[in-house]
Design a protein around this ligand. Structure first.
Ligand code: 4NP
Length: 151
C-alpha cells in the first residue's frame, strides 16, 4: 500500500484540505483503501483542533467532509512510516528536510512540483484565498493520482 502525508505549517488550513480532497479523489477513481492518506503540521499550536472553518466550508462546497479531521504535528516516525511526504510550500519543505534523518525512507518533496510552486498560506487572508487553495489542491491531487498510477 502506498502512503502519503500532506504537510503544512499549522495542519488546519491547507494540509487537511489536501488530505480530504486526495482521499475523495482516490475513492472516486475506485482505489479507496489502496492508499494511506494523512496530514500533519510543522508546528504544534493547533494540535487536536479541527480544520479551520474556512477549509471545512470550501471542502463542503465541493462535496467533501473534512470536519472530523484533527490537527497533529509531524513526528520522527512519519519519516519511516510514509512513502511520500508532500510539503505545501517551500518553507514547509525546508523544515521537513531539517527534521529528517539520514536513514529515513520517505521521499520528501513539494506538493506542486511541475511546475514547482507553493500553495500559499491562506490563514491571515479572506475566503477567496481558500478558494484559490482549493483549486491548487484539486489540480495537484489529480496529478498525484496519475503519478501514483491510480487513474
Ligand atoms: P496552514 O495555515 O499551515 O495551511 O494550516 C496556518 C494555520 C495557522 C497558522 C499559520 C498557518 N498559525 O500561525 O497559527
Amino acid at each position: 500500500m502506498t502512503s502519503v502525508l500532506f504537510v503544512c505549517l499549522g495542519n488546519i488550513c491547507r494540509s487537511p484540505l489536501a488530505e480530504g480532497v486526495f482521499r475523495h479523489t482516490v475513492e472516486q477513481a475506485g482505489h479507496g483503501g489502496r492508499v494511506l492518506i494523512d496530514s500533519a503540521g510543522i508546528g504544534n499550536w493547533h494540535r487536536g483542533n479541527p480544520p479551520d472553518p474556512r477549509s471545512v466550508e470550501v471542502a463542503a462546497l465541493n462535496g467533501i467532509d473534512i470536519s472530523n479531521l484533527r490537527a497533529r504535528q509531524v513526528e520522527r516516525h512519519d519519516f519511516d512510516r510514509f512513502d511520500l511526504i508532500l510539503a505545501m510550500d517551500r518553507d514547509n519543505l525546508a523544515s521537513l528536510r531539517r527534521m529528517s534523518g539520514p536513514d529515513q525512507t520517505a521521499r520528501i518533496r513539494l506538493f506542486l512540483e511541475r511546475p514547482a510552486r507553493d500553495v500559499p498560506d491562506p490563514y491571515y487572508g479572506g475566503a477567496d484565498g481558500f478558494q484559490d487553495v482549493y483549486g491548487l489542491v484539486k489540480s495537484g491531487c489529480l496529478d498525484l493520482l496519475e503519478e501514483l498510477r491510480l487513474v
